[in-house]
Design a protein around this ligand. Structure first.
Ligand code: KG4
Length: 342
């Protein structure tokens, strides 16, 4: 079964053709990061307008590069939550039109479920149950993936997402947007013990996380150095920051895997591209004899392949949307699909 999948939840316009939920026949992506970088973050209206301008051509390209005819497409999958509402609506509206024109089912996909599913494309042998951690620009959560469409959230960030924290720390260090990759690179030459940064614990909620205090600590260190006219060792601050994020994530995920009795851990989301976090997860998993799955870099960030993959499993579970499908800025990954029966 071929699914044409659409992703427009933030600043990447993406369309892919995915076969049977596991094989990407094409994956087209147009990143708007450069357009938003001058503003230091994503400007929602600019994102929506650029999705509208790009999506038609990307869809044509995705079908062409997959080497299939549009008549071969069996369903349309689309990210409908969570994300920037105007951006999501572009993808949802386009998907509705396409599903109607081709006379095929429309499958709404939760963006975070999609991130988790990126691992299915990268690792054909991976099947639930497993423990997953999703760390992206808008979300940070730890989930027990009991089945392809049966997810239980164990903990989440109470404030900023890990990626948001990376981006804000990078901005104050003058690294531009999105700052995660640049901060990762800068950290390579630094001493990760040079700065004492917080690793907050939320009493009674062992899997919940907090990143905003970490971000504030970095901002205060940078501003303090500026006010005193001191030269700051930015590489060491970046390295200390990356290890602090890793220290917040890794022990929680290991403890959650132990509690749920899972022997597999799948990491997902843009921050999973971070080299320090990857190394720390690998080491911790190896020590405990757990299998670790980390998608390749191109599947870590937002993309449509992951939406086509999760869309297939939602399809098998009977999830279908009608022409009244709406988009939602917020929605829990373990909430039932917000659709009306057809
Ligand atoms: O998953 P994603 O593309 O978008 C959302 O769904 O939010 O994640 C984007 C986030 C950004 O905050 C970006 O700075 C971060 O992932 N990121 C990284 C790295 N590469 C991307 N953060 C740390 N280290 C990286 N190498």
């Amino acid at each position: 079964m071929l699914i044409l999948a659409i992703e427009t939840s933030c600043d990447e316009t993406a369309v892919a053709v995915v076969k049977d939920g596991r094989e990407a026949l094409s994956g087209e992506l147009l990143s708007q990061a450069d357009m938003h970088s001058v503003y230091g973050g994503v400007v929602p209206e600019i994102a929506s307008r650029n999705h509208a301008a790009a999506i038609g051509q990307l869809a044509q390209l995705a079908v062409k590069n997959a080497g299939v005819a549009k008549e071969d497409i069996g369903a349309i999958a689309v990210t409908y939550a969570p994300g920037l509402i105007g951006a999501l609506l572009v993808g949802v509206s386009f998907a509705k039109g396409l599903a109607m024109a081709l006379g095929v089912p429309l499958i709404p996909v939760h963006h975070i479920r999609g991130h988790i599913a990126a691992n299915y494309v990268a690792y054909p042998e991976l099947e639930p149950p497993f423990l997953s951690v999703v760390v992206s620009g808008g979300n940070s959560l730890i989930a027990d993936v009991r089945g392809y469409t049966d997810i239980r959230i164990l903990g989440r960030s109470r404030d900023d997402a890990a990626g948001e924290c990376f981006d804000k720390a990078a901005r104050v260090l003058g690294l531009g947007y999105p700052g995660g990759p640049a901060l990762d690179k800068l950290a390579q030459g630094g001493d990760d013990k040079a700065f004492a940064l917080p690793r907050p614990v939320i009493a009674g909620h062992p899997y919940d996380m907090s990143f905003s205090g970490l971000k504030t600590a970095v901002v205060n260190i940078v501003h303090g150095a500026q006010q005193r006219g001191e030269q700051l060792d930015k590489a060491s601050l970046a390295a200390s920051f990356a290890v602090a994020v890793s220290d917040i994530l890794v022990p929680r995920v290991m403890a959650a895997a132990h509690e749920c009795g899972r022997d597999k851990i799948a990491i997902a989301g843009g921050v999973a591209a971070n080299s320090r976090i990857r190394v720390d997860f690998l080491r911790a998993a190896e020590q405990r004899g757990l299998s670790l799955f980390i998608p390749p870099l191109d599947l870590c960030g937002d993309n449509a392949v992951m939406i086509g993959c999760q869309g297939y499993y939602e399809y098998l579970a009977g999830v279908r949307a009608g022409p009244d499908l709406n988009a939602y800025a917020t929605m829990d990954a373990d909430a039932p699909a917000r659709i009306r029966p057809l």
